[in-house]
Design a protein around this ligand. Sequence first.
Ligand SMILES: N[C@@H](CCC(=O)N[C@@H](CS)C(=O)NCC(=O)O)C(=O)O
Length: 240
Amino acid sequence: MSETKRRRPAASRAASRATSPAAVLRISSRNYSSWSMRGWLILRLSGLPFTAETVSPDDPATRAELLLQSSSILIPSLRHDGAEIWDTLGMAEYLNELRPEAGLLPADRLARARCRAICGEMHAGFHALRSSLPMNLRAQVPGFTVWSAARADIERICKLWRDCLATWGGPWLFGARPSLADAMYAPVVLRCRTYDVTLDAPCEAYARTILAWPDVQEWIAAAREEPEARITELEFDAEF
Ligand SMILES: N[C@@H](CCC(=O)N[C@@H](CS)C(=O)NCC(=O)O)C(=O)O
């Protein structure tokens, strides 16, 4: 390959970086906000360069400012090139259109359909799990008693994971590389660790894959550096 040919792609990549609009992802707590974590992982998977801006939606001044800039105060929210998206699945579809080569959704039609279905199930469901085992990276609760409704949610999630791992061969839910589904379920793995939930062998192997994911490790490391939030007591009826 000639010198000129080698230089051209680098130059055009630099030009595209210089002209591409900045993406800003608003997140809240890295320790307590599972939706922020999902949005951040989805952005990472897409490969779109972005800046993460941490805001506190509990602060009235911040809420007012968020509402001036957007029609929703929901976090995470993504601003990019005129688009304002305040829902993780909305973000994923936007980023998949923008950067289809990133493989946020699996290439195979049937895998893609299943991926959308299980991501939708996480997005819309598992309320017992979400409310009684809230994400809390600062906590460790050995021997935590999981009540029956949350237990049923965990069993359902484990079945979804086992089916995917058996069908697509692991170690990720849809095969050899992480996808949107892994970003959506990563906070569930962290909850299982916080609340000492025992997993069967395939699900435990999957949990280890998630915990070894460099992006997840980076998120956890940044959470450790986060100043303590003004949370005096864990609100078990809140959905994180
Ligand atoms: N379905 C939404 C969930 C987002 C969500 O519930 N975010 C919570 C924080 S984790 C929030 O912004 N709450 C602010 C409020 O309701 O005041 C998504 O997919 O992004």
